[in-house]
Design a protein around this ligand. Structure first.
Ligand code: NAD
Length: 483
């Protein structure tokens, strides 16, 4: 098969926090895959910059181990890995001081793209930005990639935006939300705006409601101390779920162009109605036999942090007037599943009798574990004996539908890093988007804090707290099964 991969321009990618968990599990294995696919030119360089006192060869060895351990999608070929590793370098740098910066500055080539990945704790983002400037590295060719979390409320996000924009233009700042790098998430736009079929139905006249679910089976694991200061609202809703909601609800942009897309997403966030207290349910997983509770995992016996949130919200505009959006996300639930379900209205009249008019078409878009889409349609049950109707899914699992092409589908991180090098910001959050998202979530969090809200307990391995079921049952609707 002829490769459709177009190599990017030569670059130096400097990874601050290049020895950390994210670099080892996602960034380096992702870059190796891009290298194997022919997208990374041989004169590109990846420079790890972190506190550890390592030499170039030590770093190459560390990343050899990381890639062998975490690149689960392919059998690592040693010959290719050797060539890739030869493109790696390392500088020991303290981003809080000046140690190592002159070595780093001397290493970076001025005649190619310079991308700086801030894969360190958010408290260090400002230090890196100002030192890049002080060492003459914040050039017009430079771009910075900023990891999540981007602030913990509106005020801190504004401060961070101000710190970064003091050194860099907005078109040099890439705020990562890896959900946007998922193949299916981009397919949301392709489905909506590349087909005539759906868009005429994509409004309050035909859609009954929308459900967005991000369910995890894992708990807070080793991130307990960090997570306990954050919770599901900050960790998942403000960024990932809001981004999914924007892509479903936005108006068609005039072009598939970064600012045109982001302008439309911003309008959605700004149109979200403030959420009433009785439209939010917070939960915390409880211990079951042999399973830890959230408080055990977070090592905080008095924690009131939520590991689960369910919200009912509305978008106040013509397209979505009266259509509820139900969002939920949680940890240690019964299955790992991320899904967006567009539930269409019931038939206005059924010619087949009472039983058939209860059925609703559902377009379900699965983000994980398997990426794909199903459209539930009503058909006649095969066989003699009258007109009995059944509901069946038209199934399109991408791996099946795309066959060999699905193997080329890059992981979210590798796609996003290549977008940074290409200078394409479409799948990155703009500063005003992040601030608008915090402006919507802040009052919800503040209300919990003010009344010392106690999260509802739910069993490990369940579908979430009972109150979350009631949230949707009250409206005569049901959550889709998490499976
Ligand atoms: P980590 O603690 O594993 O690694 C931190 C890195 O920062 C190390 O390489 C360390 O040497 C470096 N570092 C710390 N202080 C430094 C200093 N003063 N000067 C230079 N280097 C310094 O963290 P991580 O899990 O890799 O996370 C990195 C960032 O990515 C964080 O912002 C995190 O929120 C975000 N993130 C991580 C994950 C993940 O799966 N690990 C997922 C999403 C987002």
């Amino acid at each position: 098969m002829v490769s459709r991969v177009i190599p990017v321009d030569p670059f130096d990618l400097i990874i601050f926090g290049g020895t950390g968990d994210l670099a080892r599990r996602k960034i380096l294995p992702g870059l190796f895959r891009r290298f194997c696919s022919g997208q990374m030119p041989l004169n590109a360089r990846i420079i790890g910059a972190a506190r550890a006192d390592l030499g170039k060869v030590d770093y190459q060895d560390m990343m050899r181990n990381a890639i062998s351990e975490f690149d689960t999608n392919r059998n690592v070929e040693n010959a290719q890995l050797d060539i890739f590793l030869a493109q790696l370098d390392y500088v020991s740098v303290d981003v809080r001081g000046d140690d190592g910066w002159s070595d780093l500055a001397a290493l970076i080539r001025k005649d190619c793209i310079n991308a700086y990945y801030f894969s360190v704790s958010p408290g260090l983002f400002g230090d890196i930005a100002s030192r890049l400037n002080a060492w003459g590295l914040a050039t017009p060719k430079a771009r910075i990639v900023v990891e999540k979390p981007f602030g913990r409320d509106l005020e801190s996000a504004k401060n961070l935006n101000a710190v970064l924009s003091a050194q860099f233009q907005e078109n040099q700042i890439y705020r990562i939300d890896h959900y946007l790098g998922k193949e299916t998430v981009q397919n949301l736009m392709a489905v909506r705006f590349g087909n005539l079929l759906f868009e005429p139905l994509w409004n309050a006249q035909y859609i009954d409601h929308i459900q967005i679910t991000v369910a995890e089976t894992v708990g807070v694991g080793g991130r307990g101390t960090y997570y306990d200061k954050s919770g599901a609202m900050r960790d998942m809703v403000q960024n990932h779920l809001m981004q999914l909601l924007c892509l479903i609800a936005m108006e068609p942009p005039s072009h598939f162009d970064p600012d045109a897309v982001r302008d439309e997403k911003l309008k959605v966030i700004r149109s979200l109605a403030p959420v009433e207290a009785y439209h939010v349910v917070r939960g915390q997983y409880d211990a079951t036999l042999a399973k830890n509770s959230y408080r055990d995992d977070a090592e905080n016996p008095r924690s009131f942090t939520e590991s689960y949130v369910a919200i009912k919200t509305h978008i106040e505009n013509w397209r979505w007037s009266g259509v509820p959006f139900y969002l939920r996300t949680g940890k240690k639930l019964k299955a790992r599943s991320s899904e967006i379900a567009i539930v269409f209205k019931k038939l206005p009249h059924s010619i087949f009798g009472k039983s058939s008019d209860e059925k609703q078409n559902v377009l379900a878009i699965q983000l994980q574990p398997n990426e794909g889409m199903t459209l539930d349609v009503t058909i006649k049950e095969p066989g003699p004996g009258g007109m009995r109707l059944i509901h069946v899914p038209l199934d399109m699992t991408f791996a099946d539908a795309l066959g060999e092409h699905s193997e080329e589908s890059p992981d979210a991180y590798e796609r996003l890093i290549m977008d940074v090098i290409r200078g394409d910001q479409t799948l990155f959050m703009r500063g005003d988007e992040v601030e608008a998202a915090w402006k919507w979530t802040d009052p919800i969090i503040k209300a919990w804090e003010t009344r010392n809200d106690v999260p509802k307990l739910y069993d490990v391995g369940s579908a979430g707290p009972e109150d979350a079921m009631a949230l949707i049952h009250r409206d005569g609707r049901r959550w889709r099964e998490v499976k």
